[in-house]
Design a protein around this ligand. Sequence first.
Ligand SMILES: O=C(O)C(=O)C[C@H](O)[C@H](O)COP(=O)(O)O
Length: 207
Amino acid sequence: MSNGQELLELSPVVPVVVVDDAADAAPVARALLAGGIRVIELTLRTPAALEAIEQVASAVPGIVIGAGTVTTPEQAKQATDAGAKFLVTPGCTDRLLEAVSGTGLPFLPGAGTVSEAMRLAEQGLTAMKFFPAEPSGGVAFLKAIAGPLPRLRFCPTGGITVGSAPSYLALPTVGCVGGSWLTPKDALAAKDFDRITALAKEAAALG
Ligand SMILES: O=C(O)C(=O)C[C@H](O)[C@H](O)COP(=O)(O)O
């Protein structure tokens, strides 16, 4: 996997995972894999995130581990050092884009408007996260911009559910969708990894 376009092909659904306890990360990754999902995006929103990435990178080699919520150059470097194999940003600044490209990892930069998507395309980046998908116009927005921007491809994320995912995945400009619904907070709190496997199976079947 060497670029963002390949990232879009890994799985129909990229689980966006928030862990408060790094010890949960490897069991969650195994539960997702058992359900047929072979990619995980751990968000840098919690203090446990970098350790969680390290643990998945070393203990669950079968899953492709990435870091999400990368918002600063420092985080891009920390996530890379922790063993992330790809990076995802919710939006983009010039400084962040330079840092993320500088890691050499494949990445999905975030865009939420036509101009943001065009600015990324100007830099040769044609695979991006569409965030926040539902509040920004969802499927209707993506359909509308496929006319002027047919070569761009997206991982829409934000407000997507197992029910709405198929209408996104049916669009030719959508490679995969992202979502946190595979790893609900209460399932993590109860360490109900079987439930995560069941949700992963349901999501993997969308492909
Ligand atoms: O943390 C990030 O990097 C984000 O940009 C936000 C997440 O991608 C969304 O919060 C996931 O969306 P939900 O599936 O609606 O929970």
